[in-house]
Design a protein around this ligand. Structure first.
Ligand SMILES: NC(=O)c1ccc[n+]([C@@H]2O[C@H](COP(=O)([O-])OP(=O)(O)OC[C@H]3O[C@@H](n4cnc5c(N)ncnc54)[C@H](OP(=O)(O)O)[C@@H]3O)[C@@H](O)[C@H]2O)c1
Length: 338
């Protein structure tokens, strides 16, 4: 099979297009012929050697994929060959075939397209968990979502609305991202100068928001506390800036606020069964078209390096799909939306 390999850590040109043996499913595992996979920011971090869940080169990058079960290992229950599924594979997802543990395989309703299925697992399950379990957003509350035009961002904005948030505010770095976020149902702050808390406080009559979804770190995490209401929850789940943010515990107790963290990568490894109820809820919302995955661009898998450059440019909006054996698109055909 063909696969994208991270040969060395570094810039996108370390990604090479190579032949690899098709993996064999072991006990409790299935082999999936991949139709499409997606680019997640964690793939960029893994390629740079900055992701906590990645191995050492050479490795296949990628977290999630959609495809068809082609073979089953012993001891697999409730799954069959020919089934359309979304998966978190054991190795990386940038490949024509992947093996996944049955606990991390999610059968797809017919109404979900291949591109939506490939876009959805990491950002959809993460956003839903951040909002419900970690941020504990309740109807009528307000939320600030950083990087709102991105994969997690466009998904979290829609889910926050569906969960009954009364006010959803998204930050973006560039004016051309504004329309996409507004279309999802959020008010938008352009934080081109790096500052946003005064604008949030003005928009909330000085109260601040009940929940902040922070995937940026550094000064963005720190400034988020300046616009977090009493009893509010700061949810930190990524460090796109590459910088750690520093929080003083004395800024928490008197205001009854808390700072919480979450990693789907850690949950996948340590509590894989915890993801199934979230997956059911999110797949149902997508099948009903109440959650519509925002797809910015498609690239053929062989052009993964180009796709990484596009995400790192900070110009990308929504998800980036890598087409593998997508029946809707010939592999190697010119990508759409470019
Ligand atoms: N904890 C988890 O389980 C989990 C799961 C999925 C994703 N994440 C995290 O969630 C974030 C979003 O992931 P995604 O895959 O959906 O990516 P994405 O949001 O589509 O792309 C990343 C976005 O981060 C923003 N950003 C801010 N500072 C940046 C910088 N220095 N370099 C590049 N981008 C920067 C950019 O938006 P603006 O330019 O508009 O600011 C950029 O578009 C990432 O931090 C990722 O690691 C965490």
């Amino acid at each position: 099979m063909k696969a994208v390999i991270v040969r060395d850590l570094g810039e996108p040109d370390v990604l090479s297009w190579e032949d690899r043996p098709v993996p064999e499913p072991g006990r409790g595992e299935v082999l999936v012929r991949v139709t499409a996979t997606s680019v997640n920011f964690a793939d960029i971090k893994a390629r740079r050697g900055q992701y906590h869940g990645a191995g050492k080169p050479p490795f296949i990058p990628g977290l999630d994929a959609a495809g068809i079960i082609e073979k089953m290992g012993p001891g697999v229950e409730s799954l069959t060959t020919g089934m359309r599924v979304a998966v978190f594979p054991k190795g990386g997802s940038y490949a024509e075939y992947v093996v996944a543990d049955q606990m991390l395989v999610y059968p797809l309703p017919d109404a979900i397209s291949w591109e939506a299925a490939a876009a959805l697992p990491t950002v959809g399950f993460t956003a839903y968990t951040l909002l419900t379990q970690v941020g504990q957003l309740t109807p009528g509350e307000s939320i600030l979502i950083h990087a709102a035009a991105g994969g997690v961002g466009t998904t979290a904005v829609q889910l926050a609305r569906l969960l009954g948030a009364n006010r959803v505010i998204g930050t973006v770095s560039r004016p051309d991202k504004r329309a996409a976020v507004e279309a999802m149902g959020a008010e938008v702050i352009e934080y081109g100068d790096g500052h946003f808390s005064d604008a949030v406080n003005d928009m909330t009559n000085g109260r601040g928001v009940d929940v902040v979804l922070d995937s940026i770190g550094g000064s963005v995490s720190e400034e988020s506390l300046h616009c977090l209401a009493h009893f509010g929850r700061l949810v930190h789940f990524g460090s796109a800036s590459g910088q750690p943010g520093h929080i003083r515990v004395s800024d928490l107790h008197a205001s009854c606020r808390s700072a919480r963290g979450y990693s789907l990568g850690t949950a996948r490894v340590e509590r894989p069964q915890s993801i199934a109820p979230t997956a059911r809820a999110v797949l149902e919302l997508a099948a009903e078209k109440r959650l519509v995955m925002q797809i910015g661009r498609h690239y053929p898998l062989a052009e993964a390096a180009e796709a990484h450059r596009w995400m790192e440019s900070r110009d990308s909006i929504g998800k980036i799909i890598l087409d593998v054996n997508n029946p809707g698109l010939k592999v190697g055909a010119p990508p759409v939306n470019r």
